[in-house]
Write a protein that binds this ligand. Structure first.
Ligand code: KIV
Length: 291
């Protein structure tokens, strides 16, 4: 049975019924295919690909071309899943017109269902302009990894009354600017709960507690592949990194010892052809042509 793709209205209804939306990041075709088969509600082609795929120390170096390239692959793998394009640092930081033009690229090239961008009050004008041009925007407040320089690192936000108020005001600004949903990252559950209860739009969380309208996780974290560090909010559902290491070591050993490839991994010649080849090779003056 072909899965029906979610729309913003389905996501809104889920919030109203108290049903949790489940999503994760994906950066490639195969992962997207498997996620769609598993029944994931949404897929985010996050700029976390900078760390998870490209090995950068953060998300800042990711370019719009890299992001579009991976978003296209994910869309091909998950044609019936709500796909979120994640605008990277620099793609919406110049003029509002540039931000709108870049958002359009995600729709045109990757057929996304929405774009996500970071920032609260400071991003309100951009959210408004992109929404007014008929595109869907998901906001992102709390810890915004593209601004770790300003935040002083990957630090939880909203842990003091003043900081919590700033996150709440940011969330309100994102909602007022026309975002259809938002992500709250690395914020105490009490603060996220206020945001999720007070705002009419779906409020999703990562490291923001259970009282959101759904959760997102980074795929390489839940699979246990990402090696550099594990944020506090990650639940690893497997240790695929350790499994992959075992596979690579076993393959190296097999090739070096001649255990691979075995007979079952090779092609057989058509019966009688080996003898014919031997005869051909014996004929004087007949050179085997190289193609
Ligand atoms: O880029 C990303 O993967 C994100 C996560 C915080 C979900 O925005």
């Amino acid at each position: 049975m072909i899965k029906k793709k979610m729309t913003r209205f389905d996501l809104q209804q889920m919030k109203e019924k108290g049903e949790k939306a489940v999503w994760m990041t994906a950066y490639d075709f195969v992962t997207a295919q498997l996620a769609e088969r598993a029944g994931m509600d949404m897929l985010l082609v996050g700029d976390s690909l900078g760390m998870a795929v490209y090995g950068y120390p953060g998300t800042v170096p990711v370019t719009i071309e890299q992001s579009l390239y991976h978003t296209e692959a994910v869309r091909r793998g998950a044609p019936n899943t709500f796909v979120i394009g994640d605008m990277p640092f620099g793609s919406y930081h110049g003029s509002v017109a540039d931000a709108v033009r870049n958002a359009v690229r995600y729709y045109k090239t990757c057929n996304v269902d929405c774009i996500k961008l970071e920032g609260g009050k400071r991003a309100a004008g951009i959210i408004r302009a992109i929404s007014d041009n008929g595109m869907l925007v998901m906001g992102h407040v709390g810890l915004t990894p593209q601004s770790t320089a300003a935040l002083g690192g990957f630090k939880a936000q909203g842990r003091t009354a003043e900081s919590a108020l700033a996150v709440i005001e940011d969330a309100q600004a994102v909602c007022d600017a026309g975002a259809f949903a938002m992500l709250v990252e690395a914020v105490p559950p009490e603060v996220t709960r206020m945001i999720a209860r007070e705002l009419p739009i779906p409020v999703y969380g990562i490291g923001a507690g259970v009282d959101c309208d759904g959760q997102v996780m980074i795929v390489s974290d839940i699979l246990g592949i990402f090696q550099a560090f594990t944020p506090k909010f990650v639940k690893k559902y497997a240790e695929l990194g350790a499994e992959m290491l075992k596979v690579f070591e076993a393959y190296i050993t097999d090739v070096r010892t001649g255990a691979f490839p075995a007979a079952e991994h090779t092609y057989s010649m058509v019966e009688g052809e080996l003898q014919k080849l031997a005869a051909l090779r014996k004929k004087p003056g007949k050179k085997v042509k190289r193609s």
